[in-house]
Design a protein around this ligand. Structure first.
Ligand code: HSE
Length: 444
């Protein structure tokens, strides 16, 4: 990683205060963090103003790691490692919620800064962790928790701290983007492309958190909290996954000029009375094929931000994997270590706006409704009447002939989630509507 000019400049490595580091976890990310920390030790000394010193790595099964780590660095008791006097910064890359929560709180309460990659932990307990960091006067960093090395947290906490964010639309889960993109490319079914994602190592053995949208919902909670200076937890995020998306949905989207993406949408919603609220939601979404998010292929992630002064920005890259996640962790580690050497604090939690969470039923959206109806006189009029009764304006209506029925595809104008949902429920009760096959929301 060091360039020739950097190596030349390294003749005089800063001899500032040594910063002790404990790493909790030595899996894909932890081992990569340790490797890069060692490989770039001199460069990091320059960037920090003093050397980083690894005090230990806590693992559940030390024997498993005895070939890659010297015995004196291996700890099976994470609390013992955290409590060491010479540990200044704790890096948490274990995963899960309850166990790392105890460890991170213990570290913060003992005056250690913490760097974590744990989105589920931050999305569930940001308030408690931020309060502990504040009380101890230490840093809590979590860049790797959202889309790995894509600088989403730093961008929201620092770069756009002077702007007003209106909306974030993110593809923040690589597994589901891979599956949807592969379905779009090949016309194959969800099950076949999930199997392909598993074969290629994108999907976990248990892919529930990815395909049901929970992983993206944690990231949405973190982004919404930072963007709108309001505490938003994972449990506040409306969440629908991709398991019901069919090859037919993808085909219909294509024909209408759209692609289907699992979007994490964090939005400031302004009422007619001028009052703001925050909506955070994750669901399959129709994205126009000329929108920048439509071109995010494979397992890539992208975060599209709309801000009052900055306008539209898009951040794109690998949102997962050992290397990109380690890059984000190390960026945080350098920041936390600099503060230990030179003083100063990272931006803390900012929840001053404390906006209310929008009622999901009132969130404005547009629907794509795909259904089968009896092909007879008056059906379209019946459908249109139900839409009109619920205040829904239709944008386009497309009909395809089938042997004994017709397929109707409706694209609506914007209306509240509640009115659109009521419309779909009522359409399904009409005698001439045989099935309502799919309902997918559409992006702006
Ligand atoms: N499983 C996630 C993904 C990465 O597929 O993007 C970790 O959040």
């Amino acid at each position: 990683m060091s360039t020739t000019s950097e190596v030349t400049a390294m003749s005089d490595v800063p001899q500032g205060r040594e910063v002790g580091v404990a790493i909790l976890g030595h899996g894909t990310v932890g081992s990569e963090v340790r490797r890069l920390m060692e490989a770039n030790a001199e460069a990091f000394s320059h960037r920090i103003g003093g050397p980083l010193a690894l005090r230990g790595v806590a693992v559940s099964n030390p024997t498993k790691h005895s070939r890659t780590l010297p015995k004196e660095l291996l700890f099976d008791d994470a609390m013992e490692l955290i409590a060491r006097e010479d540990v200044d910064i704790v890096v948490e890359v274990i995963g899960g919620i309850e166990y790392p929560r105890k460890l991170v709180l213990a570290a913060l309460n003992a005056g250690k800064s913490v760097v974590t990659a744990n989105k589920a932990l931050v999305a569930a307990h940001a308030d408690e962790l931020a309060d502990a960091a504040e009380a101890a006067g230490v840093d809590l960093y979590f860049e790797a928790a959202v889309a790995a090395a894509i600088p989403v947290v730093g961008m929201l906490r620092r770069s756009l701290a002077g702007d007003q964010i209106e909306r974030i639309s993110g593809i923040v889960n690589g597994t589901t983007n891979f599956i949807l993109d592969a379905m779009d490319e090949t016309g194959a079914s969800y099950d076949d492309m999930l199997a392909e994602a598993t074969r290629l190592g994108y999907a976990e053995a248990d892919p529930t958190a990815d395909v049901e949208g929970h992983d993206a919902a944690s990231k949405a909670a973190i982004m919404a909290s930072l963007a709108f200076h309001t505490r938003v937890k994972a449990s506040d995020v409306y969440c629908e996954g991709i398991t019901k998306i069919t090859a037919q949905d993808i085909e219909a989207a294509k024909n209408a000029g759209y692609t289907i993406k699992l979007l994490a949408i964090c939005e400031r919603i302004r009422s007619a009375a001028g009052e703001d609220s925050v909506s955070a939601r994750v669901h399959p979404t129709l994205v126009r094929r000329d929108h920048p998010l439509a071109s995010v292929n494979g397992s890539y992630n992208a975060v599209f931000v709309e801000a009052e002064a900055a306008g539209r920005l898009m951040f794109y890259g690998n949102g997962a994997g050992g290397n990109p996640t380690a890059s984000a962790v190390l960026g945080d580690l350098v920041g936390a270590a600099r503060n230990k050497v030179h003083g100063g604090r990272a931006p803390g939690e900012s929840t001053y706006a404390n906006l209310p969470l929008a009622d999901f039923g009132q969130v404005p959206t547009r629907y794509h409704i795909d259904m089968h109806v009896r092909d007879r006189v008056g059906v379209l009029a019946e459908v249109a009447a139900v839409c009109a009764k619920n205040g829904i304006s239709l944008r386009t209506v497309r009909q395809e002939e089938r042997d004994d029925a017709a397929r109707l595809i409706l694209l609506t104008h914007e209306a509240s989630e509640e009115s659109l949902d009521a419309t779909v429920t009522e359409l399904a009760t009409l005698d001439d509507v045989l099935t309502v096959d799919t309902v997918i929301r559409m992006a702006e």
